[in-house]
Design a protein around this ligand. Structure first.
Ligand SMILES: [Zn+2]
Length: 428
């Protein structure tokens, strides 16, 4: 079977990418408008950005978009470009919120909410993560609508609250709203060192826990005269031991050569004040997990390590707490590399970029596990414009050309899948 048999005919592909080119200025301007519409989580309020997207869909003749939400201030936007047959349902997902500017405002060279283009890069908060993808998906739908009806259905889910854990966004859509599809793509920025570096077919998960250490609260002037345990020092010693010796069990994954990442002390608390010997200290930790890892095994590894430390040191009194569910364990997930959506994205990349980004596992978490594990939708967790390494900090940017390329890849991949009936698409 040759790829030409599956890919849109050359004239259709040309028409589709030509339409994206015609919309070039509009796509870039719309990305800028999205950047200029703050949607930071926390505090978490996507009403303005949802209204902006719905208005744009209407203006492009894409009718029937809706805001759906569990809480009034946390709407997600759903839009369906319905097909004329029994073809597959393809879901394109982008989150509309960003992390806050936070403590980095003074390090920005530009206003984070004013889009600025410099040297082929569009700067602004959320430029890469992931307002460029929102614009690219909207205009991919607009381009697809211009050609004859497809057999399958394209669904856009432009979701809230990804940066807050997804309870109001992806989790709500999968668990309560009942969003379904046959396959999904999240347009998260895939690059770490450069744009279009990888096509991520899986993402690592996150295991979040806190260890509290108990000591002896007393007058600190007498700490060497009476038996006493310094909780802060014990916690520090334990963290050091964990950083050197704690190993979690997992099967090596060929696309995830770095394995797990243990981030000790992402939050620290302890002690009371000068003059008070510390009676309690705690530190929180996030472990980035590899596809295939299971919660029960990770907990067992951790508990066994802590029990061994307590056997060595009878003065080590501790408690292990997990972050409230579901944020304690965000499962890793992956899609089969032979899945039709992966193939379609590879072909579309070849057509638009001239090469196929190698397959990989995304180091960060995304909403993919919710769509994959709750809603049962095979999901590509990250493929689109930009770099994850410039997100969540000052001077976030996305390549102007990459936004247009992303839109072209999305439209070509969607056409490849949706122009076929359900059975045909599976056979790709
Ligand atoms: Zn993101």
């Amino acid at each position: 079977m040759t790829e030409q048999e599956h890919f849109p005919e050359a004239n259709v592909a040309k028409r589709l990418t030509g339409m994206v080119d015609q919309w070039r200025d509009e796509i870039l301007a719309f990305t800028g408008e999205l950047i200029a519409t703050p949607s930071e989580t926390p505090p978490g309020d996507e009403r303005k950005i949802a209204a902006l997207i719905l208005d744009r869909l209407e203006r492009l003749g894409l009718r029937g978009g809706m805001a759906v939400s569990q809480a009034p201030e946390r709407p997600s936007v759903i839009f369906r470009l319905r097909g004329s047959g029994d073809g597959p349902r393809l879901l394109y997902i982008a989150h509309t919120d960003t992390k806050p500017v936070g403590d980095a405002r003074s390090q920005w060279d530009t206003d984070p909410f004013r889009p600025v283009v410099r040297d082929g890069r569009l700067y602004g908060l959320g430029a890469a993560d992931m307002k460029a993808a929102v614009a690219a998906f909207v205009y991919a739908a607009a381009s697809l609508r211009q050609i004859e009806p497809l057999k399958g259905e394209l669904i856009l889910a432009l979701v809230s609250d990804e940066e807050g854990g997804g309870r109001y966004g992806a989790h709500f859509l999968c668990q309560e709203y009942g969003l379904t599809a046959d396959m999904a793509l999240i347009g998260e920025p895939p690059g770490i060192h450069r744009e279009w570096e990888h096509l991520h077919i899986g993402c690592r998960g996150v295991f979040c826990f806190t260890i509290g250490v108990h000591g002896t609260q007393m007058h600190s002037s007498l700490s060497d005269r009476f038996p006493s345990v310094n909780a802060s020092l014990k916690a520090a010693e334990l963290m050091l031991r964990m950083s050197r010796e704690l190993k979690f069990t997992f099967e090596p994954h060929p696309l995830c050569p770095g394995g797990t990442t243990l981030n000790l002390g992402v939050q620290l608390k302890g002690g009371v004040y000068f003059g008070v010997y510390p009676g309690y200290a705690e530190f929180s930790t996030d472990l980035r997990t590899v596809p295939g890892m299971r919660r029960e095994q990770a907990i067992r590894d951790l508990e066994e390590f802590l029990a061994a430390r307590q056997r060595e040191d009878p003065n080590l009194k501790l408690e292990l707490r997990f972050r409230p569910s579901p944020a304690d364990w965000i499962a890793p997930s992956e899609i089969n590399p032979d899945h039709v959506l992966v193939k379609a994205l590879e072909w579309a990349s070849e057509h638009v970029l001239g090469f196929r980004p190698p397959l990989s596992i995304y180091p960060a978490g995304t909403d993919a596990p919710k769509f994959q594990l709750i809603a049962g939708i095979p999901t590509v967790p990250a493929f689109g414009a930009g770099l994850i390494s410039v997100a969540h900090g000052p001077n976030e940017w996305v390549g102007v050309e990459s936004i247009i390329q992303a839109c072209k890849i999305y439209v070509l991949a969607a056409h490849t899948i949706l122009s076929r009936g359900a059975g045909e698409a599976q056979a790709l």
